[in-house]
Unconditional design. Sequence first.
Length: 263
Amino acid sequence: MVFDPSSLDFVDAGVPVPVRASTILPAVRENIELRTADGLTLVGELALPADGVIRATLITLHPLPTHGGFMDSHVYKKASYRLPALAGIAVLRFNTRGTASPRGTSEGSFEEGIGERLDVDAAVQFAVDRGLPNRWLVGWSFGTELVLKYGAVAPVAQQVEGAVLLSPPLHRAVDADLAAWASSGKPLTVLVPEFDDYLQPEAATARFSLVPQAKLVAVDGAKHLWVGEKYAARALNEISSTVLGAPVELPGDWHGAVAALPA
């Protein structure tokens, strides 16, 4: 059964509530479908600020689906739970081709990051068509490869402001892709965990030196999957700061109604 975000039950306890991993803050949430140029339907969710004031838009690209990555990978799920209410940021999540989650399964099959170019195009075009402002790509692991390969070339390059990368492995993305980002001049924030499994800060600094405008942030103690509330919160703070153009530290408590996923 496909999860319907409108089924969430929000309750106001009348006292400040700690924002925990499962805490869902108010937003306008809807299940969406994206249509790719090669005829596939991809499933996703859009979460918008409840007051209608959108300060920025995240278009998220998830980790490797053949290793458990999907639109509900925890940093993205927490982004959709928190950022519309805490920062006025819209969050678009979706399953790339062939990927499944409680939202449903996107048509097609995994194409090693090649056919997925059309998935990126479709997601960005959806955000454009909906009039969502200040659009930023956010990639995590495999998602960073898609950002680096396709975010700085047409049509996406003309439709987004820049990008944030979490745990870039730089497996599929090559120096030519980094050179395209350099030529674009678009901002690129790169979050690199100290104990990443694939690319740690020292090596990342050397690789991303090809992109003069890249801002590399080494995150002490973090690992590739950003496990632990401390590291997920740090990632969300860095993402929010980048797309809003000013330092952001999201509050740890919420005054108002909250919901949680049904058991």
